[in-house]
Design a binder for this molecule. Structure first.
Ligand code: AMP
Ligand code: ZN
Length: 501
């Protein structure tokens, strides 16, 4: 069967919006970890990008550091769409096989989660997959075209291991079927690690007994003899479960084909997970796996990586309870370049909140502006130049900090023109259109609707129709109900706007 991306060829997958008018052609350049430099993006098929992003391990709530990675994938995807590529995006859900140490040792993260909550592993997987999807929706992350679970693809993973076995890349030891990394000439090319030499940087010094090379990794782990696992499957090698890396290779190949365009993850995936995905995929097919490998740096707290094991993590839910808005959190996460470490502070989040509120006020202000002036050519030129500046910054390896400075410049110049009374109706239209266009990538300006519970939104609509029908007493009653729900409704030229009480 052909992979779905081919069957859907020619269809715009994710965003239906047309691409804004571009004045100059600026190629999209992305930093490819494989060659350690920025490269102009070239697709395998004309204008179609097949994208694979490593998804969450669903044993607990995602922390905001994990979510930084998903906001980065979203910015990448929106940038691709903005550049008029079609995108076919696949993301996995790891619901089995990810052990607490990346080097195949320790407990299964999923079983650990189940023990903690006295639930079955299947319940844990279902609950946290749903929680993850809710979190990403709150952050305005466009969902992947295919979201696939490891446990739904055991057959594909076993078939891939069989293929590797036929080609002589595997061996069996006490605890499972392993991949022999010394059989591949270029093992470790992504991270610059050699199979025979030393350990992978960052990996723990625990090595399964019988492994031929320190970098060899499990393809299939056998269930322990003395304990029944909740998730286990029969295979020709024995009852067990897949190693963590094999799911991504098997599912990427199923949905995107053996060779596709872009593969993404966090920087922690470079030395182990992605290195091993490349090894097993290229060993099986003899083809390069993905052309571009993009990695997002860590979110830190007080100078340390945010992680569950260090206990220094915040969840999206936790930050929302502290009163930060969804879009301010998204804005904060996207405001640092994805290849730099970002430090999470409450001050930083407050500042993001203020900046966004300033931008929304600006949009409200100019929407309701009564303008009688002539068209201001200089401002017109600034607006046009801003579009070019935006694209230049975006296409320079997704330089969002530069993108934001382009936006603030438009705001500054427009405010100046307003103060000097030198602004025409067409200027206002152009500025609004440009900001809307930029927001197709940023996804923060028109984001308010998703923050408010549906029933509060319904109240706002009811109040609007009461007001329009001049039923002011009724409208006022509804306003009070909205206030009781914790929201203040303000009437602006762009319609009613809600802010947290
Ligand atoms: P996991 O659910 O542990 O498989 O992680 C999901 C994604 O989050 C992976 O791509 C990780 O690389 C990424 N990640 C984990 N911790 C952080 C962090 N502190 N900052 C940014 N990304 C992270
Ligand atoms: Zn993966």
């Amino acid at each position: 069967m052909r992979p779905p991306a081919e069957r859907f060829r020619g269809v715009r997958f994710s965003l239906a919006a047309p691409i804004g008018d571009k004045m100059v052609h600026i190629p999209l350049k992305l930093f490819n970890t494989m060659v350690r430099k920025k490269q102009s993006l070239k697709t395998i098929e004309d204008k179609l990008i097949k994208l694979y992003t490593c998804g969450p391990t669903v044993y607990d709530y995602a922390h905001i550091g994990n979510l930084r990675a998903f906001v980065f994938y979203d910015i990448l995807k929106r940038a691709l769409l903005y550049n008029d590529f079609k995108v076919f995006h696949v993301m996995n859900i790891t619901d089995v096989g990810h052990l607490v140490s990346d080097a195949d040792m320790g407990e299964d993260k999923m079983e650990k989660g189940a023990e903690r909550e006295k639930k079955t592993v299947w319940e844990i997987a279902e609950f946290y997959t749903k929680a993850f999807m809710e979190d990403t929706e709150k952050l305005s992350i466009i969902s992947a075209d295919i979201v696939c679970k490891a446990t739904d693809h055991i057959k594909e993973q076993i078939e891939l291991i069989e293929k590797l076995e036929e080609k002589g890349f595997t061996y069996i030891i006490e605890d499972g079927v392993y991949f022999d990394t010394s059989k591949l000439k270029d093992y470790g090319k992504l991270a610059g690690v050699k199979s025979k030499e030393g350990l992978i940087p960052g990996a723990r010094v625990e090595v399964a007994e019988g492994k031929k090379n320190p970098t060899d990794f499990a393809l299939w782990k056998f269930s322990p003899k003395d304990k029944k696992r909740q998730m286990e499957w029969p295979s020709k090698w024995g009852v067990g479960f897949p190693g963590w890396h094999i799911e991504c290779s098997a599912m990427a190949m199923k949905y995107l084909g053996e060779h596709f365009d872009i593969h993404c993850g966090g920087v922690d995936h470079i030395p182990i997970h992605h290195t091993n995905e490349i090894a097993q995929s290229e060993a099986a097919t003899g083809k390069p796996f993905a052309n571009y490998w993009l990695h997002c740096e860590f979110l830190q707290v007080d100078g340390q990586k945010m992680s569950k094991s260090l206990g220094n993590f915040y969840t999206l839910r936790g930050l929302l309870e502290k009163g930060f808005s969804q879009r301010a959190i998204r804005y904060f996460l996207l405001s640092a370049h994805y290849r730099t470490q970002q430090n999470l502070t409450m001050e930083g989040l407050k500042k993001a909140e203020e900046t966004l509120s300033g931008l929304t006020d600006f949009l409200d202000r100019i929407t309701g502006l009564e303008v009688k002036g002539e068209y201001n050519k200089k401002l017109g030129k600034t607006t046009k130049k801003a579009k070019e500046g935006f694209l230049k910054a975006l296409n320079d390896d997704l330089n969002i900090p530069s993108v934001l400075s382009v936006i603030f410049n438009i705001v500054k110049e427009t405010n100046k023109a307003i103060e000097q009374n030198k602004i025409g109706k067409k200027n206002v239209e152009e500025v609004l259109k440009t900001m809307k266009d930029f927001d197709r990538v940023l996804g923060v300006l028109e984001h308010e609707k998703t923050e408010v519970p549906q029933w509060v939104r319904t109240l706002v609509e009811e109040r609007e129709s009461a007001r329009k029908g001049k039923n002011f007493a009724e409208a006022d009653n509804i306003r009070k109900k909205i206030l009781e729900a914790g929201w203040i409704v303000e009437d602006t030229p762009r319609g009613p706007r809600l802010r947290k009480d």
